[in-house]
Design a binder for this molecule. Structure first.
Ligand SMILES: [Zn+2]
Length: 132
């Protein structure tokens, strides 16, 4: 019973850390944050909880960036930009495929398209400034 309660507290802390972050953290990044609050936290617990939350639809996996899966607690449809230099994952709101493009794709392939997850890649403004 006590174990189950601690488990759900950690899960709650993980969700809160993910919701508070705009960085689309990896399991490792979340582990580093939540471990301050729960010193006995293991990386395995973080992975298990993230996997469960994904299955529940509480969170989404955005992409694997530099070998690490990156997560988002904002499950409303929005676009992401990934910097190939610093590996930041950045939200882009109101950037999406137009309905007529979706309709075209549906027509061309015959699928019933219900949603989109758009990822744009390149070099972010921070990295562009650093280069120039
Ligand atoms: Zn960058």
């Amino acid at each position: 019973m006590e174990k189950a309660r601690r488990y759900s507290k950690k899960r709650e802390a993980l969700i809160q850390a993910l919701q508070a972050s705009t960085e689309h953290p990896s399991a490792e990044m979340l582990y580093a944050t939540v471990k301050e609050q729960f010193p006995d936290l293991s990386l395995g617990t973080v992975y298990r909880n993230l996997s469960q939350m994904r299955q529940d639809g509480t969170i989404i996996s955005v992409a694997t960036v530099a070998g690490q899966e990156r997560y988002d607690a904002n499950i409303d449809e929005h676009t992401h930009f990934i910097c190939r230099n610093c590996h930041q994952v950045i939200d882009l709101f109101d950037v999406r495929l137009e309905d007529d493009h979706i309709a075209e794709a549906a027509e061309k392939y015959g699928h019933n398209i219900e949603s989109q997850e758009l990822i744009l890649r390149g070099v972010c403004t921070d990295c562009r400034k650093a280069v120039n």
